[in-house]
Write a protein that binds this ligand. Structure first.
Ligand SMILES: [Zn+2]
Length: 239
């Protein structure tokens, strides 16, 4: 393998690593948002569960107060029975007492139903509390992990930019220019040639280009994908 290709391979290694680190860095804000969104979602569900319990508690208190009103009314009507003068008035009073008794029965039924509903809402609230606690802990863990990764990647990028500059500086300016021109459009910028085919784009290499590639005097680019070609034999042992 020619010196130029060796240097290009070295540049590509560090440059691709740098590109990967930058891609990962760019993904971090989205991952942070997703972790926060999962936390917010669980808190929203918790708030809804709390609202449901409050609503059912209020409903139960309304029925209890309705029961106590009906009981009070019944006691009041019963207290009037000794003062009733006529049969008609007495029949009417009995009817009113019966109505009050029916209201009492209805309220008692509603209270029992509301207790069941309230019980279910409290159980759902307990589940939501558990889930919110888990989601919160998981979000905290994820955010801490992402912060750690961010710090690592920032350091990697700093190191790799330096290493890439050194590797690029070692190249002939024209070769360097051609590498960076290719890498703007596609990675990796180098493509191995096996069986006279560019493995970057799977298109065959014209015979003259293949001869040039074997002579390794100048760098040869694929006519189709523009990648800089490296002969497979030349790459053996270079990693
Ligand atoms: Zn190609």
């Amino acid at each position: 393998m020619s010196e130029a290709i060796k240097k290009l391979v070295a540049l590509q290694r560090v440059d691709d690593e740098l590109a990967r680190a930058r891609v990962e860095l760019a993904e971090l804000p989205g991952l942070r948002e997703a972790a926060e969104a999962r936390r917010a979602e669980s808190l929203e569900a918790l708030e809804e569960a709390r609202d449901a319990v409050r609503a059912h508690e209020l409903e139960q208190r309304t029925f209890e107060s309705g029961l106590s009103d009906a009981e009070e009314r019944k006691r009041h009507l019963e207290g009037q029975s000794s003062q009733v003068k006529s049969n008609e008035a007495y029949t009417a009073l009995l009817q009113e007492i019966e109505d009050a008794q029916r209201s009492i029965g209805e309220m008692e039924d509603k209270i029992l139903e509301a207790m069941d509903v309230l019980e279910a809402a409290r159980e759902a609230l307990a589940v939501s509390e558990q889930r919110a606690a888990e989601a919160g802990a998981s979000a905290d863990g994820e955010l801490a992990r992402l912060a750690g990764r961010q710090a690592e990647l920032d350091k990697d990028v700093e190191r790799l930019v330096g290493a890439r500059d050194v590797a690029a500086e070692a190249l002939d300016p024209e070769v360097r220019r051609r590498y960076f021109k290719v890498v703007e459009k596609r990675r990796p910028a180098l493509a191995v040639v096996t069986k006279e085919v560019c493995t970057g784009c799977r298109v065959g290499i014209p015979p003259q280009d293949f001869v040039d590639l074997l002579s390794a005097e100048d760098i040869v680019q694929c006519r189709t994908c523009k990648r800089i070609l490296v002969h497979a034999d030349g790459l053996a042992g270079e990693g």
